[in-house]
Ligand binder design. Sequence first.
Ligand code: GUN
Ligand code: ZN
Length: 484
Amino acid sequence: MAIHFESLDSDIAGRIGKLTVGNKTIRTPALLPVINPHLQIIKPSEMKTMGIEALITNAYIINQSLRYHDQALNEGLHAMLDFDGVIMTDSGSFQLSVYGDVSVTNLETLTFQKDIKSDIWVPLDIPSPPTADKVSAERDLLITIDRLREAMNTFGDEAPVAGPIQGGIYLDLRERAGKELGALGFSFCPIGAVVPLMEAYRYQDLVRVVMAVKKNLPLATCVHLFGAGHPAMFALATAMGCDLFDSAAYALYAKEGRYLTVHGSYKLDELTELPCSCNVCRSHSKEDLNTSDQRERLLALHNLNITLAEICRIRQAIIEGTLWELVDERCRSHPKLLSGYQELLNYSNELETHDRISKRRFFYRGDESCLRTEVIRYQKTLSRLRLGDNALVSFNGRTRQGFDNTLLFKPPFGPYPRELKETFPIGQSEIPEWDETMVRQGCIGIRNLINTHLKSRVAVSCNPRWIPIVKSELPDIEVFNDPD
Ligand code: GUN
Ligand code: ZN
């Protein structure tokens, strides 16, 4: 496959990667702005100066265009758009999903994408809407997979063909699609038909769908979340292992007079200030912006600026190992995003297997933090601790006669030996005053310790406040009352 992806750094299941297409390389996570050749509100050459390395345009629109069809074939896309980075072309599938029919076949669109010298070609996949019943979602998926096979057989397995993943809202179909496309050798897979989920704020379903796709896809597959353009959800999607986003939002929102922020969007009329540090917002007052004859373009520039800044913030978070903190922060901006985040935490067991060993820090930010991968990972490692015959888990650190080993306790992780005091996550975690939820989670750590050291006697000593909680989590354990 002419598309190659390499992960350089990771946090949760998110990664900083290098996507190589032919002789071009881009850094991921990346945003591919959507370019409609007829409405180039920001020129691709200008995007290049903003640090954009790749963009996506629509082969179907170009093919139908009286103005651009011949130019694209004669000059190639890169000259036509004046952009020498990576250009991905979408087929007519999105139009298919909106209008129900397109007058192009799979091989016709792929041949056209090849002829206009697109860097990444998308076959004519069939997006199944969330309302599709299972029989039709399965039929759409099987046709899509046939078309991907047809693409490979026709153009060879070195052709830069993307493998869109369909399957509607049916998780077993999404899992199957991931497995089959991985086996066919697709190294670049966009997850399709998720736009209606995002438009309806169905982030919980989105998390389930993406996690189902990721389950069977090889790790070396670059994953593109088709149509994800709102920066508030990039951190969540990245944490699941999505590497690319494409945004028409910057332009669509601008057209409607909407101002994007990482917490949501505003109608320009709702703002009195422009709360952003980009050059548009610092060189205009809200009134200037609102009355400017360049209003739409300026808004689009701001929208793109903040979207790009969020991508940079996500990359920085991955490098530091603070992506969970960023996900937590972003997902608190909307209750539906919070549900998506809570759903993702249900997958911590799987995510833990991808998570890195050590991080810059762990900031406890509320009940959700109890289920983070670092907590699950730490509690799994307790099985490897050497305990001795009599071990005391002491909440306040005091030892007691009759015990040859005293462990300390830090919620939400659980028991730890003194030697681990400075190591991750015990040493790098900041937690507020203990509360019931985190102590209960810490007790799960004690339970893991007991279950994996059946020959040792394990007891707890703690302040009377915690005794009922410890006893309810660990009914059979010996508990000593030890007031602070
Ligand atoms: N753009 C947004 N969703 C989709 C999809 O499912 N398939 C294709 N080809 N393009 C899309
Ligand atoms: Zn701005």
